[in-house]
Design a protein around this ligand. Structure first.
Ligand code: FAD
Ligand code: DHB
Length: 390
């Protein structure tokens, strides 16, 4: 099999890249090790920055997003028994939209298939070869058979556990990382949200987040120990902990309902540089991870491939090499801004170490500053809604 750009991974990064290339008249094949059903129902992120919404809009993918997505103009910070609104749109002129990652993925898959795009599900990339030649090969397995995809370039969009990053020879990449002594337990519940905007809570028992997916579905998160087993969290324990951490404001209570899905996600900050080696271009979680507190993961993945789409268009359309050559440097500026913001939000809102009173005081001072200084709140807001250019 042969194509122009071979894409490993059908997450937001790989699918959006394939869509962008199609709009530029460039062929691609996407290899995805999971089934279509699996990737369309994997519950993950839910917050789209203004720039991501604009990208979906610009590329003809916003019909359902405009109908079902929920535009939010502020977030709430809850701490010390008080609740404070950060008026993001008032501060920045921009907003976020709540729309589940799996909905973005469904819309992208539908658009690619409607355009006759080549998406191979249950096709497991096992090895990349010839990345330093002008004809790299992706070796993959499908239906128990070994197959090859020959291409001009490989886009490694296969997430943190994919094969692409590992295809770069030793000594080329440098890794920067931080792990955190906690994880997030995420819950999707059939309960009407008791909030109109997202609530980020700093509580002495740990962080909690109240988000939503629709007028009927709530999405909630709890900080838990990193080695926690999901079996230790029956639904009643989850609701009790959510009540403790979120019902800290007089007269406010959350709505409970059947738990539809729950899982535990570890937290890490991780960047690999550069994001390119020879004919391999890495994008999204394959090359950087942020802790989810700033809601940046999916947005960064989309921002990476927006750059790559333009860079491939310049290469194929005008034989220009500069955008491909500059891809890593350009993308890393946004990546590091988001790394800092995600680390900062995480540090401000979680119990970092057990019983560190100095840290607790610093967090209280930071939160108090964020809700009392328009300048500091504007900094939070412009990062949260997404900086147009970095
Ligand atoms: P992915 O979405 O991971 O897509 C990579 C794809 O590659 C996958 O479909 C995978 O099956 C496929 N793949 C992997 N290896 C191979 C292979 N060898 N061959 C073929 N295909 C392969 N962000 C937030 O902002 N908020 C959240 O609440 C949040 N929750 C998360 C929960 C989890 C469990 C995870 C893992 C991430 C979460 N994120 C969250 C981050 C966000 O979802 C990611 O940043 C986003 O999915 C990145 O998109 P991507 O396309 O780069 O990678
Ligand atoms: C959601 C996830 C996040 O990581 C976040 O910061 C806000 C909202 C969500 O899944 O809705």
């Amino acid at each position: 099999m042969r194509t122009q750009v071979g894409i490993v991974g059908a997450g937001p990064a790989g699918l959006m890249l394939s869509h962008l290339l199609h709009l530029h008249g460039i062929e691609s094949v996407v290899l995805e090790c999971r089934s279509r059903e699996y990737v369309e129902h994997r519950v993950r992120a839910g917050v789209l920055e203004q720039g991501s919404v604009d990208l979906l809009h610009r590329t003809g993918l916003a019909d359902r997003l405009l109908r079902e997505g929920m535009r939010h103009e502020g977030i709430e910070l809850r701490f010390d028994g008080e609740s404070h609104r950060v008026p993001m749109t008032e501060l920045t002129g921009r907003a976020i939209t709540v729309y589940g990652q799996q909905e973005v993925v469904k819309d992208l898959i539908a658009a690619r298939l409607a355009a006759g795009g080549s998406l191979l599900f249950e096709a497991d990339a096992v090895r990349l070869d010839g990345l330093d030649s002008d004809s790299p090969v992706i070796h993959f397995r499908r239906d128990g058979q070994a197959e090859e995809l020959h291409c001009d370039f490989v886009a490694g969009c296969d997430g943190f556990h994919g094969v692409s990053r590992g295809a770069v020879p030793d000594g080329v990449l440098r890794t920067y990382e931080r792990t955190y002594p906690f994880a997030w337990l995420g819950v999707l519940a059939a309960a009407p949200p008791a909030v109109e905007e997202l609530v980020y809570a700093n509580h002495e028992r740990g962080f909690a987040l109240y988000s939503l997916r629709s007028p009927e579905i709530s999405r909630l998160y709890l900080q838990v120990d990193p080695d926690e087993e999901i079996a230790a969290w029956p639904d009643e324990r989850i609701w009790a902990e959510l009540r403790t951490r979120l019902e800290t404001v007089a007269g406010w209570s959350l709505n409970e309902g059947p738990v539809l899905e729950k899982s535990i996600t570890p937290m890490r900050s991780f960047v690999v540089e550069p994001m390119q080696w020879q004919r391999l271009f890495l994008a999204g979680d394959a090359v950087h991870i942020v802790p989810p507190t700033g809601a940046k993961g999916m947005n960064l993945a989309l921002a990476d491939v927006a750059l790559l789409g333009d860079a491939f268009a310049a290469w194929y359309g005008q034989q220009r090499t500069d955008l491909l050559e500059n891809y890593s440097t350009t993308a890393l500026r946004r990546v590091w801004r988001a790394q800092h913001f995600s680390w900062w939000m995480t540090s401000m809102l979680h119990r970092l170490e057990k019983d560190d009173p100095y840290e607790t005081k610093l967090q209280a001072a930071t939160l108090r500053y964020a809700v009392s200084s328009p300048a500091y709140a504007a900094s939070l807001a412009e990062n949260y809604v997404g900086l147009p250019a970095v």
